[in-house]
Write a protein that binds this ligand. Sequence first.
Ligand code: TRP
Length: 450
Amino acid sequence: MSSNRDNTRAQFSTRIGVIATAVGSAIGLGNIWRFPYEAGSNGGGAFMLCYIFFICLLGIPLICAEFIIGRATRSNEIKAFEKLAPGRKWFLNGYIGVLASVLILSFYSVVAGWTLEFFLVAVTGHMPSNSAELHRFFSEFISGNWRPLIWTIVFLVVNYLVVCRGVQKGIERLSNCLMPAMTLLLIAFCVNSLFLPGASDGLRFLFSPDFSKIDSESLLSAMGQAFFSLSIGLGGMLTYASYFPDTVRLGSCATTTAVLDTFVAILAGVIIFPAVFTYGISPQSGPTLVFETLPAIFMNLPGGTIWATLFFFLLFLASITSTISMSEISIAYFEEERRLSRKKATALTIGIAILLGSVCALSFGPLSDMKIFGKTVFDLFDYVSSNICLPVGGIVTSIFVGWVIDRKVIDSQMGCRGQRGFGVRVLIVILRYIAPAAIMLIFLNSLGVL
Ligand code: TRP
């Protein structure tokens, strides 16, 4: 592991490793599970168009903003804000990031646990092959008392073991080989979906926008989904960038990450919606949508068991490369600010996630009547983190880089020598004016304030 200037912090070793890790953080359940169900619940095509618009207009600039803060300070999120604006209150945003990332880790691990159950069922050859049976199997599974809980805990313990091995060894190697394999498999499924009888209905749903379906709530969801999928707003990319070597070009790394991430989300949509219309599943089924749809696709293919096994295994690995980045936000904080050893910092983070995750895991079954603001705990965690914490984090991050920090920091991190290039000038305009105004408008509008 190469060390940096102060010889204490770890660093990623290669440029490819850096891109693979950023992409590994971005691509996960957000693309394959959350994007299709959010698109399904928010009108399909129009949602997708808004989502892509937010990725380009706000997503790429905000990844750059987090990269700039992270690499310029080489610190955990809270220290990073403190270093760039000493003695002011900006570091408070770091606390929101740490808290919200643990919330996300909790409900995310429940879904990652579902992938483990499906993997096991596929491997042992017990995957139901028609959609009615599948529906019954899945409903029984998530409403059970034990299995969802145990899988959530198993997933978090595996996450603990990977993270404990340190930044580079654990994360970098895993990401390097997994993402290409996952993408190839997705492309194969995509081609298959295009031949399903419901393909044209599915594609029409996903690609032809009906703007009457768009209201402020679905705009907020599209923006929250863009942030969630790119791991921005809470300091996920910031924390990773604190381990980047100086040679990495932040702008191109941000763009590559966003393009690949969006590509995978669209692939997931193209796989899911033809199947949704073929097997008569409601696009508005919510968090269960993908888990009821995908196995039906696989089991209707020759060698279905093998496809299902392979897919759920890769989905589990894609989830882990994302949860590693979520955990890293609070681990870096506990390690550097609270002076815990890496092991203890990891154990504390995972311990909290196990407690909260257990409640989420049971919220489809024994705790389904426990409603807060009309939502189950799982839905509440998802809503609060994605639709409140991510936009708030996005506003603060853009204002911070656009208005507060010294321009020289931006120039040096973005590699400007002498004249500031066009890209960096656009970046500054977006971070100063467009991003804060747009996020604020959508956010307040959906709260009914505007
Ligand atoms: N981007 C990941 C996904 O799409 C989720 C994720 C990883 C995340 N790290 C994050 C979301 C940090 C918010 C903050 O699955």
